[in-house]
Design a binder for this molecule. Structure first.
Ligand code: G4P
Ligand code: NA
Ligand code: NA
Length: 194
């Protein structure tokens, strides 16, 4: 998606070979008009998939997920990162480990907000190793609903997330695909690259 690539070229900062800083428009300061445009693009892309709910993982996925849900005219649900187990039987919960940040958390979803008939679109800001998305897929599967698509703002294609998700049978659409990062260097891949 040209709009996101152009913005990353203008405002993104590659700190080294693995991390891209996008604090000024996605992760810290948020550009609402820009998020609206990204949400519109996701909605357009997934409009024929029968999506009934948009899911995201707190916190940076919320803004684009909300805009996507607005354009698809469906609810948006935020998966929580609980630190302790709630043992009342009303949640789906799974542990997710982040290799980028060296942390782990209990990804949590109240059972009230998903139904076996749901077709879910998962939206997130970054795709690295795919741990968060695989965690979300486990919760959705456990509920009996279907994960019908995954929409990512920035895919780091040199990490294994996309392949893992595709190998697990999920369809992934990334608005920007990054083939290589290095200090001051950001190289994009075309949308249809393998
Ligand atoms: P994975 O789920 O694909 O395996 O990703 P990983 O564990 O590597 O990512 C953990 C956190 O780090 C996520 O944020 C993710 O968005 C963020 N992240 C991964 N790579 C980058 C990067 O290159 N740049 C930036 N800015 N963030 C990156 P999170 O901990 O879930 O927090 P939040 O930002 O959503 O609150
Ligand atoms: Na995130
Ligand atoms: Na993030």
């Amino acid at each position: 998606m040209k709009l996101l690539e152009e913005r990353i070229k203008k405002d993104g900062k590659a700190l080294g070979k693995t991390v891209l800083k996008v604090d000024s428009f996605i992760n810290h300061q948020v550009d609402s008009e820009f998020m609206d445009a990204l949400g519109k693009d996701f909605a357009e892309h997934f409009k024929d998939c029968g999506i009934t709910k948009v899911f995201t993982i707190e916190s940076s996925g919320i803004a684009p997920a909300l805009m996507t849900a607005k354009y698809l005219d469906v609810p948006m649900i935020i998966l929580k990162k609980q630190t302790s187990k709630i043992l009342n039987g009303k949640v789906y919960q799974t542990r997710v480990t982040s290799f980028t940040k060296g942390t782990s958390y209990e990804l949590t979803l109240y059972q009230d907000y998903i139904d076996p008939s749901d077709k879910v679109l998962l939206i997130d800001d970054f795709l690295a190793n795919g741990e968060a998305a695989m965690g979300a897929s486990r919760l959705i599967k456990e509920s009996g609903a279907e994960l019908s698509g995954i929409g990512i703002l920035i895919e780091k294609s040199f990490q294994k997330g996309r392949k893992r998700l595709e190998d697990a049978g999920y369809y992934v659409y990334s608005q920007a695909r990054i083939g290589r990062l290095d200090k001051g260097v950001i190289e994009f891949l075309p949308e249809d690259a393998p």
